[in-house]
Ligand binder design. Structure first.
Ligand SMILES: CCCCCCCCCCCCCC(=O)SCCNC(=O)CCNC(=O)[C@H](O)C(C)(C)COP(=O)(O)OP(=O)(O)OC[C@H]1O[C@@H](n2cnc3c(N)ncnc32)[C@H](O)[C@@H]1OP(=O)(O)O
Length: 193
């Protein structure tokens, strides 16, 4: 399927490698913020997604679909599936050492995702042009090589620390940065160099 041009980098753009400080393949990335709906470990109603570093600028994220994630009876809600992809695609910014936020996210739902299944999401960077980070992702049912259920393409835009300070709640940003686990897991995220 052809993509709208805003989700596709120029043909001659180079696909970057991971930043030298990025964690090696196989590393499990911790939560980037305990209040994050996608990855916050203690958030009661969050997705609590776990993400591992893959080869190059890629990650693998597992979404265990539970009863709290339903749209239709017994089936995952499309918005929550999009959220899981947003989280996985967002993790690529950490491998590039570049805080970034979602500007566009397109999801193609190919097949229903039942409650009780695990969606294996593989996301990878397809190019970086200035502040624009392009990426794609595929989600497979119940195994890394299972049938494709969801595909996504995204454009993230790199932002500085001030994006969070001026648009979010500074006290929450400061609190997040005081958590040694957030800093340790840092996910290659240098917001305060
Ligand atoms: C601090 C500790 C906390 C931890 C933080 C963890 C962070 C991770 C969180 C992870 C959670 C998961 C992730 C989440 O959920 S992130 C949450 C959801 N996303 C947002 O809230 C983002 C809201 N949007 C914005 O803030 C601004 O619009 C941004 C920053 C994105 C751009 O506004 P800015 O004024 O800065 O830049 P610009 O307008 O000059 O655009 C720059 C370039 O980009 C192109 N462009 C822009 N938009 C679009 C578009 N829609 N389609 C196509 N293209 C678009 C634009 O044409 C231009 O291209 P070019 O002219 O250069 O060629």
């Amino acid at each position: 399927m052809s993509r709208p041009s805003s989700l596709t980098p120029s043909p001659d753009v180079e696909v970057p490698g991971p930043h030298p400080s990025a964690p090696p393949p196989g590393t499990e990335l911790g939560e980037h913020y305990d209040g994050c709906f996608g990855c916050g470990e203690e958030l009661e109603n969050g997705l609590r997604l776990r993400t591992r570093v893959g080869e190059g600028v890629s990650v693998d994220t597992e979404f265990v679909v539970g009863p709290g994630h339903q749209g239709a009876p017994g089936l995952a809600h499309g918005g929550l599936l999009s959220c899981a992809f947003d989280e996985a695609l967002g993790a690529l910014g950490y491998l590039l050492h570049q805080p970034a936020v979602t500007a566009r996210l397109e999801t193609d739902f190919k097949r229903p995702v039942p409650v009780g299944s695990t969606l294996f999401i593989h996301a990878w960077c397809t190019g970086v042009e200035g502040r624009k980070i392009y990426a794609k992702a595929v989600g497979r049912l119940n195994a890394p090589d299972g049938p494709v259920a969801v595909e996504a393409a995204s454009l993230f835009v790199a932002v500085g620390f001030e994006h969070f300070m001026s648009n979010g709640r500074p006290e929450d940003v400061r609190r997040a940065m005081q958590n040694p686990d957030v800093v340790k897991a840092a996910r290659a995220f240098e917001v305060n160099p």
